[in-house]
Design a protein around this ligand. Structure first.
Ligand code: GTP
Ligand code: MG
Length: 278
């Protein structure tokens, strides 16, 4: 048996969280088409025939701007230290650029590269991308698609083979480290990211404040009064759609109440969630 920790890093939006969900086979980290979807490291555990992989999904790494950018940057780069394997995720559909090199410079030379989104790259493009990626000087390269699953098994096998021998770190029933309340808040945030535009996605936070039996109350935090109406939507349409989409992912019969609140400085108090909050 092998077991250990694999950290996924990369520019924002390359598909780190999508790839994690695909590798584990269950949704453990939320996904959106907006950058900075993942705000704190999220752990997901893969129980594999040959061992156990504890994956750490991280916020996209970019040159940090502002205090939250700095915090997310430190969280991502901190999650590189002391782990067994680092997997750098690249986007096959976008030219490799300074942003990718900035991340690549911060990972050990023994790192593995996952070139993701190959479902959307032509063979010629893929070849060019693999060539460009190989110039990063890392250890091994896997073309994958988190969307279709192509190449993902080979990547997982390659990662497991690099782990040290040892007993599992988590019991077989553990697949994510977030407590249920934080997970529900994340699911609400995921739906909001899907519908909000411009700067608003980054101004919105979520937290579950009550959970009694089947009744869950989740607050949606915005920074200004003017943002409140957008989040609620005309006739409450946005909130209604968000609630429906989240409820579909929860146990039947759960009553989810969504409340929008203006809290100007929620971001300053935003803390790491789940068991990483120690
Ligand atoms: N076509 C295609 N799209 C993908 C694939 N993987 C991810 N995406 C899309 O890419 C976008 C970003 O995906 P995420 O998984 O949230 O990316 P991320 O790297 O975790 O992003 P951050 O958390 O913001 O750093 C979403 O719209 C995904 O649906 C893939 O293999 N193929
Ligand atoms: Mg992510």
């Amino acid at each position: 048996m092998r077991s250990g920790v694999v950290t996924l890093v990369g520019r924002p939006n390359v598909g780190k969280s999508s790839l994690l969900n695909r590798m584990i086979g269950t949704k453990v980290s939320i996904v959106s088409d907006k950058v900075q979807t993942t705000r704190w490291p999220v752990r997901g555990v893969l129980h594999h025939g040959n061992g156990q992989v504890v994956f750490v999904d991280t916020p996209g790494i970019h040159r940090p701007r502002g205090p939250r950018g700095q915090r997310m940057h430190e969280a991502a780069t901190g999650a590189i230290e002391g782990v067994d394997v680092v997997c750098l995720v690249l986007d096959a559909t976008a030219p490799l650029g300074g942003g990718d090199r900035f991340v690549a410079d911060q990972v050990p030379a023994m790192s593995v590269v996952a070139l993701n989104k190959i479902d959307r790259a032509s063979p010629a493009r893929l070849l060019a991308q693999l060539q460009a990626a190989s110039e990063l000087g890392l250890n091994e390269y896997f073309p994958v698609s988190a969307r279709t699953g192509e190449g993902v098994e080979a990547l997982v096998d390659g990662l497991v083979a690099r782990l040290p021998e040892g007993p599992p770190l988590y019991p077989p029933e553990t697949i994510r480290d977030l407590d249920e309340a934080t997970w529900v808040a994340e699911l609400v945030r995921e739906q909001l990211l899907g519908v909000l535009r411009d700067e608003l996605p980054h101004a919105v936070g979520t937290r579950v404040t009550e959970w009694e039996g089947r009744r869950i109350r989740c607050e949606i935090l915005v920074e200004r009064d003017s943002q409140k109406g957008i989040v609620i939507g005309r006739g409450g349409g946005v909130l209604k759609a968000v609630g429906t989409a989240v409820r579909a992912q929860l146990d039947p019969g759960v009553h989810l109440e969504l409340v929008v609140k203006v809290e100007r400085d929620w971001q300053r108090r935003d803390a790491p969630h789940g068991s990483l909050a120690e």
